[in-house]
Design a protein around this ligand. Sequence first.
Ligand code: ATP
Ligand code: MG
Length: 480
Amino acid sequence: MVPVWAPLSEAGCAVRRGSAYIRATTRKDSCRLNLEARNDISPALRIIPREQHNISRKNISKAALRVLYRLNEAGYDAFLVGGAVRDLLLGGHPKDFDVATSATPDEVKKLFRNCRLIGRRFRLAHVVFGPEIIEVATFRGTGEDEGGGDRHIVDGLIVRDNIWGTIEEDAVRRDFRVNALYYDISDFSVRDYVGGMQDLQDRVLHLIGDPATRYREDPVRMLRAARLAAKLDFRIDDAASAAFAELGPLLADAAPARLFDESLKLFLSGHGLKSFRMLEQCGLLKFLFPTTARALQRGDEALRALVESGLSNTDARVMEGKSVTPAFLFAVLLWGEVRDLAHALIARGLDGNEAWARAAAQVVGEQCQRVAIPRRFTFTMEEIWSLQPRFEQIQRKRVFRLLTHPRFRAAFDFLLLRGAESPALRELGQWWAHAQQLPHDTLAAALSGHGGEGDGSMPTPGKPPRRRRRRKPAGQSDAS
Ligand code: ATP
Ligand code: MG
């Protein structure tokens, strides 16, 4: 994954182009000046020796250790950094291990055969060990004092950032203080440049630097604040959360592909429900999923129950190590809008299949302008939605056709969530749950007499069905 952050301590630095990267070691003095000029950041480096912290190499991935040692043996500074250090200090198990180093990407590449350089805007090295990728980033500088480097800022937003710097500069350009802790492989100490250890203890997220500037540089930091607060059970510092209302709309300028990645981290990392509630509480949900936020604000409690149980089921699956598909979750999040639109189109006389297809296309189209959900997922979402009306058609042929549909399982799980909408849907869910348990012949017998078109009664699986005729309203197809 290409990291798209470009932490920078101050806005207002000149637009620089070109590729004359600045090496770290010459720039310590300028960095000290930067730090001292900023009264919200302690310039004092605190080094926590091995015996005073709980990070053990046993809990660091072998691949990350190999990268750290190799860099260090080659004479470069090498640190574990970011979420991995934060999570290890909190006693957790990091999901990825990022390395920060004084070596440039090209120098890293020379050291590792299994290395590829990625990203034009933010150049990085990926060292690949089977399925595990260790992301190695060169210390980023502020680029305020030297003439070279490659940083490009448009309206306060960083669009390219390849200026190398010192570890001190690198620290102040990260987002939150707790994310700017460095584990030093040379002596196993932890280096704290900005007060991250104190914040870990106080369980609070402070942005480094002026919140408005930092959010303007990269509005996705607002989402990261909500996500990390939910994941870690931390409070967001008042100054960092006060800016959400004013600057939240800047998320409209964030790249939709990046917002898709961020949405996966929010909702598919095992704390989706907490993230969702935190986004709502922070007033940020409306910038990511506007229609969902609107429906919930209108007080659609059934939709809330559906979304919340969809998220908590997903969390449970992630915790059990089971697979989860983004398609299902996005289908859940956007369901309210699709359903209402499809019903409105049907009420206007449109054929059921056509109405569902149009509603799905419209809702997906609008959502993708914000969050670029890849086609392979939107396709599945559309299938999950369009299969919903087919659960109401209890005719033999149709039942068997639906049971063998490749998307049956996901659509059925979705139907179960919709039990929140009405007792009738709950009953329907139970019927299909039971129907799946029955041997083919038993179910066929239960449904015999339910083969004809237009017979919508619900036989009890296992018992001979009651024959009942239902008159369809004119113009409404079975799929509505
Ligand atoms: P997670 O537990 O989700 O991996 P993380 O903090 O490690 O959380 P990553 O996206 O893996 O998040 O980023 C690694 C580190 O890179 C962060 O801890 C932070 O130091 C830095 N970082 C990431 N995104 C940004 C950003 N938008 N602005 C500034 N720094 C960032
Ligand atoms: Mg991480």
